[in-house]
Design a protein around this ligand. Sequence first.
Ligand code: URA
Length: 210
Amino acid sequence: MSEYLTVVDHPLVLHKLSLMRDVNTPTKEFRLLLKEITLLLAYEITREMPMTTQQIETPLEVMDAPVADGETIALVSILRAGNGMLDGVLELMPNAGVGFVGLQRNEETLQPEQYYFKVPARLDERVVIAVDPMLATGNSSVAAIDLLKQAGARDIRFLCLLAAPEGIARMQEAHPDVHIVTAAVDRGLNDKGYIMPGLGDAGDRMFGTV
Ligand code: URA
């Protein structure tokens, strides 16, 4: 745990994560587990979310009650696996604006390039929560955050399910202001860039494209 990294090692999260890691867990259950864990992680990432007050009447008197200001949140999915985390966050913050960033690797330069970018307006006034289940090399996550900053985002948090130490280091170097929340930090990457022991390709497992 540190200023830039929060590992939510709650027993419920760890239990569900173990089920997700299991190669025998079917697609439908994998998706449901991802949604459930995301909800628990989102609880943590919204600990310091913007609040406002609203006057309400209790049975006894009028009070200024604290209420969450969901409209000041922008939730951004890094395609395609990030989509598996949208529902979990939206369940907690149904008024959040939703955006999408699509990146693909240029096979000549090997750098991630944008193929889709659509985000809510006034990004500079919002808390931006970027979601992608796997922080592996960090290349695409860092590139996505670059684009969000170019679009004006200033307060960005990164929500993932699993992180590799290499990805955390890369993100911290490129974007030291971005707080990472994850369920676990695994051992490291294999020579194909997969997180070990990991859970395989998150997109394939959630969309059944294995
Ligand atoms: N992306 C995945 O889906 N899985 C990994 O292990 C690494 C990147």
